[in-house]
Ligand binder design. Structure first.
Ligand code: AMP
Length: 208
C-alpha cells in the first residue's frame, strides 16, 4: 500500500472495492492530493483540467459522506453546462453503484421543467445541475437545500466566464453555512479567487 492506493484513504470498503472494479487501480495526482483533505472535511480548491480525475475526487468525497437512509438533498454540484452535468451525474452514479437506493438527479436548462419538478417531489440525495436551472427551481419553491453538507463547484473558471457568478452567489445564500465546499478549476483566475474567498472557509489550495 502506498499513498496512491485508494485503500490508504480510509474510505468505506464498498467504495474502494467498486472503484477498483472500475479499473481505477491508483489515484491520479489530483485525487492523491485533494482526497485526504476532502475526507477530513476541509474546504478544498483543486486546480485540475478535464481528464485529471477531478470528478472521481469530489464524487468520492460526496459518497463517503452520504447517509443514504436520510432521504434529503445532502450534496449539490454546480457545473457550467448540461453536458458536463450529465457526465458528472453518471460518474457519481457509477462510483456509487454499490450504495442501495441512492438517488442522483440532474437538473439542467434545456430539459423540460415539469418532469424535473416531478422528480424533485420524489426526493434525491445528490443534485447535479447548472446554476440558472438550480436557481429557478429554488425560486419556484421546488428545491430546499437546508440539509446540504457538501457543495461543489466544478469547472468554476468556465462557470464564471459564462456569467454565472450572480446565480452562484444567490444559490449560496440558500445553503447552510456549516457545509463543506469544494471548488475545481482548470485555471486560477482572479474571479475564481474572489468567489472562493466569499464562499469558502480557509480552503486548502491544491495545484496538481
Ligand atoms: P475527469 O477528469 O473527471 O473528467 O476524469 C477523466 C477520466 O478518468 C474519466 O473517464 C474517469 O472515469 C477516469 N478516471 C478517474 N479517476 C481514475 C483513476 N484513478 N484511474 C483510472 N481512471 C480514472
Amino acid at each position: 500500500m502506498n499513498n496512491t492506493d485508494f485503500s490508504s484513504l480510509g474510505l468505506h470498503v464498498d467504495l474502494v472495492k467498486n472503484i477498483l472494479s472500475l479499473g481505477y487501480s491508483k489515484m491520479t495526482p489530483i485525487q492523491a492530493q485533494t482526497l485526504p483533505d476532502i475526507l477530513k472535511g476541509s474546504d478544498v480548491i483543486g486546480e485540475g483540467k478535464t481528464g485529471s480525475g477531478k470528478t472521481a475526487a469530489f464524487s468520492l468525497g460526496i459518497l463517503n459522506k452520504l447517509d443514504v437512509k436520510n432521504f434529503r438533498i445532502q450534496s449539490l454540484v454546480l457545473c457550467p453546462t448540461r453536458e458536463l452535468a450529465d457526465q458528472v451525474a453518471s460518474e457519481v452514479r457509477k462510483i456509487g453503484r454499490t450504495i442501495h437506493n441512492i438517488k442522483v438527479l440532474s437538473l439542467c436548462g434545456g430539459a423540460p421543467f415539469g418532469p424535473q419538478k416531478g422528480s424533485l417531489k420524489h426526493g434525491a440525495h445528490i443534485i447535479v445541475g447548472t446554476p440558472g436551472c438550480i436557481l429557478e427551481h429554488i425560486n419556484k419553491g421546488n428545491l430546499a437545500l437546508s440539509y446540504v453538507s457538501m457543495f461543489v463547484l466544478d469547472e468554476a473558471d468556465r462557470m464564471l466566464d459564462m456569467g454565472f457568478q450572480p446565480a452562484v452567489s444567490s444559490i449560496v445564500k440558500h445553503l447552510p453555512t456549516n457545509r463543506q465546499t469544494l471548488l475545481f478549476t482548470a485555471t486560477f483566475s482572479d474571479d475564481a479567487t474572489v468567489i472562493s474567498s466569499k464562499i469558502m472557509k480557509d480552503p486548502k489550495i491544491i495545484r496538481a
